[in-house]
Design a protein around this ligand. Structure first.
Ligand code: SF4
Ligand code: SF4
Length: 623
């Protein structure tokens, strides 16, 4: 049956603190390079639950068995609950163990048994194994996280795992032998990794579901089961003996008096993540010197397992366990216990282990050095030391993990801090540039505004001047369409132009060809094409005689025309002055000769003509 992975990380709430990466003893958490989010690699995970405990925002959850258990209980079959003896340390808030036995019964369990009897049975097997030494030392195989660690990371040591089932599996076999093979079994314990251990067994060893104590409390709340409403109830047989000490690390050995004597004993017991990791490593390299069996627990005894309520106090729990064990011993019936033990003599409590090598190939030195250079940690100086904030014991191990695709360079705080500084500096420079650009933009906007205002003002002045000129002014484009014209031009052109002006002021866009005769507008075409001006040319336009000057404004694009009505007195007078001045200039020699022939001095002739000019300029003045 497919089961989802034991642990899951929610990326919605993960804050990328990497506490999980740091604490994982087997680096089973990969950080994605693209989004820097951590994910658990199920095959590498040993189910220890350290990451689950370390995750402050509770982004890591484990596979819940509550719904599965609810279904098993609702199916109407016989269901046995097997309680790990750690339950006495967990339920400090319940006054008597017989109360939580009844509370569990109230959930719908047919039998409520204790795993202490299974511990007794298994411990006896270990006593036999350790005392009949055949040249090989063993690890105890009770802690599923330890078993998984050896199977995955020291597969060559699986033959050193004691070939004995755990107390959970042993108790399941006992229950089925006693109450029938059809009984369903739910294990209630402090451990999360037992959920995966349970999946490995079938037949009379089958564990149908595993509830942690946290999940059990959840079910009590869901079924509204409270101690105060219930009477005492005893565990169903078989009852255990000193197996109830199992939650305390040495309790397992003391259950059957396996010697821990430092001088003569054959077992070393240790607990906790780091101790366990180092113990296996030393067993691997030094067992021929150490010459002891190893009794290992990943957690600080089952007491502090990740399936217990958070915030538990270790020594209070130890006391609760020993109090419970003492209480049980008061009513211990040795005869019955021995009979029960003897009745299990034929139970097969043996177990095989499977190597599941998850070790990754170590990258070559060149690659490691390349990564060390990348994170500015090149050189041997940094290889064996490190701040460990990345989760790896030294820079070299981080470099190896990066090469293996398990970690990212950003996990190195020094590297990411340096990058951050560079980024901040870049950001600061960009901001300064941006601010300078903003000021320059504002200044140029203001300048442009002033220029536009000045242009508008001068355009208004020019237009006003243009409109008040006596001469007609017209500017046309290369299509001879009027760009601008003044009132005098409209007056000269006549009635038709005046009508258009009412609709389109200044005749803007009107076609010059439709307003002027061909000989006249062709003069504008000529100037447009030749780019040469026509100066002061007389043009007859209907009844009017015009003095016309046409000049290029923008080469081949715009030309302007000035049309002067010669019959306007001011214009006529000015014209006569101009013409006479031209005559004097052009014919001066000839005038002198004529004057000589006529007997008159040249100066006199000139004087005479100048006086004519003067009289036109100043009509009231005597000459
Ligand atoms: S412990 Fe791991 S999963 Fe939890 S917030 Fe930190 S990085 Fe995310
Ligand atoms: S449960 Fe343990 S082995 Fe698995 S990812 Fe978490 S810390 Fe690593």
């Amino acid at each position: 049956m497919f089961k989802e992975p034991l642990f899951h990380i929610s990326h919605d709430t993960c804050i990328k603190c990497y506490s999980c990466v740091r604490i994982c003893p087997v680096k089973a958490i990969r950080v994605d390079v693209s989004n820097e989010l951590p994910s658990i690699i199920p095959d590498r995970c040993i189910g220890c639950g350290s990451c689950y405990r370390a995750c402050a925002p509770h982004s890591i959850t484990f596979r819940s068995s509550v719904a599965e258990c609810r279904e098993i209980l609702a199916a109407g079959e016989k269901v046995a609950a097997i309680c790990d003896p750690t339950i006495s340390g967990e339920f400090h808030d319940i006054t008597d163990y017989r109360k939580f036995v009844e509370m569990i019964r109230q959930l719908g369990f047919t039998y409520v048994s204790e795993a202490s009897f299974g511990v007794d049975l298994v411990a006896l097997k270990y006593k036999e194994l350790f005392e009949n030494f055949k040249g090989k030392y063993h690890f105890t195989a009770n802690c599923p996280a330890v078993v998984s660690y050896i199977e995955k990371y020291y597969p060559e040591l699986i033959t050193n795992l004691a070939p004995i089932v755990s107390p959970m599996v042993a108790t399941a076999k006992v229950i089925r032998q006693k109450y029938g093979q059809d009984v369903k079994v739910v294990y209630i314990g402090p451990c999360i990794s037992t959920k995966d251990e349970a999946l490995k067994f079938e037949g009379d060893a089958k564990i149908d579901s595993v509830l942690t104590f946290v999940e059990l409390r959840q079910m009590f709340a869901e079924f509204n089961i409270r101690e105060s409403q219930l009477e005492f109830s005893e565990f169903d047989a078989p009852l255990g003996h000193k197996g109830s000490l199992y939650p305390i690390i040495n309790g397992f050995l003391q259950a059957v008096d396996i010697s821990e004597n430092l001088l003569t004993g054959s077992v070393i017991t240790t607990e906790g993540r780091n101790n366990m990791v180092h113990a296996v490593k030393e067993f691997d390299t030094r067992i021929e010197h150490i010459r002891k069996n190893f009794n290992l627990f990943y957690d600080e005894g089952c007491l502090m397992g990740p399936g217990t309520s958070a915030g538990g106090e270790k020594f209070l729990r130890m006391t609760l366990v020993t109090d419970y064990a003492n209480k049980r011993l008061l009513t211990f019936d040795k005869k019955t216990w021995e009979n029960e033990i003897n009745s299990c003599a034929d139970l097969d409590l043996s177990r095989q282990f499977e190597a599941d090598d998850q070790r990754l190939p170590v990258p070559d030195e060149e690659k490691i050095e390349e990564v060390l250079v990348m994170i500015n940690r090149e050189g041997h100086m940094h290889n064996d030391i490190g701040c460990e904030s990345c989760g790896y014991p030294n820079c070299r191990d981080l470099a190896i993990a990066i090469s293996q695709g398990l970690a990212t360079t950003e996990m190195c705080h020094v590297f990411s801090g340096h990058n951050r500084q560079e980024y901040i500096q870049t950001l600061r420079t960009t901001n300064e540039n941006l601010a300078a650009t903003k000021i320059a933009l504002k200044e140029s906007e203001e300048k442009a505004k002033h220029e536009q205002e000045a242009q508008t003002e001068s355009a208004e002045i020019i237009t006003t001047m243009l409109q008040n000129l006596l001469s007609g002014v017209v500017i046309v484009d290369d299509d001879l369409k009027i760009y601008q014209s003044n009132k005098a031009f409209i007056r000269i052109v006549g009635e038709e132009a005046a009508m258009i002006d009412e609709v389109i002021p200044g005749l803007v866009g009107a076609d010059l060809k439709s307003l002027l005769p061909a000989h006249f507008y062709k003069m504008f075409s000529y100037v447009l094409t030749s780019d040469e001006p026509i100066e002061n040319k007389d043009v007859q336009f209907g009844e009017i005689k015009l003095g016309v000057s046409i000049f290029p404004i923008r080469s081949h694009k715009y030309v302007g025309g000035i049309l002067r009505d010669m019959y306007i007195p001011e214009v006529r007078k000015e014209q006569i002055i101009t013409r006479l001045t031209e005559v004097i200039d052009e014919n001066f020699d000839m005038v002198q000769k004529i004057a000589y022939l006529l007997g008159e001095g040249a100066s006199k002739t000139e004087q005479m003509l100048n006086s004519v000019i003067d009289s036109y300029k100043n009509p009231g003045k005597k000459t």
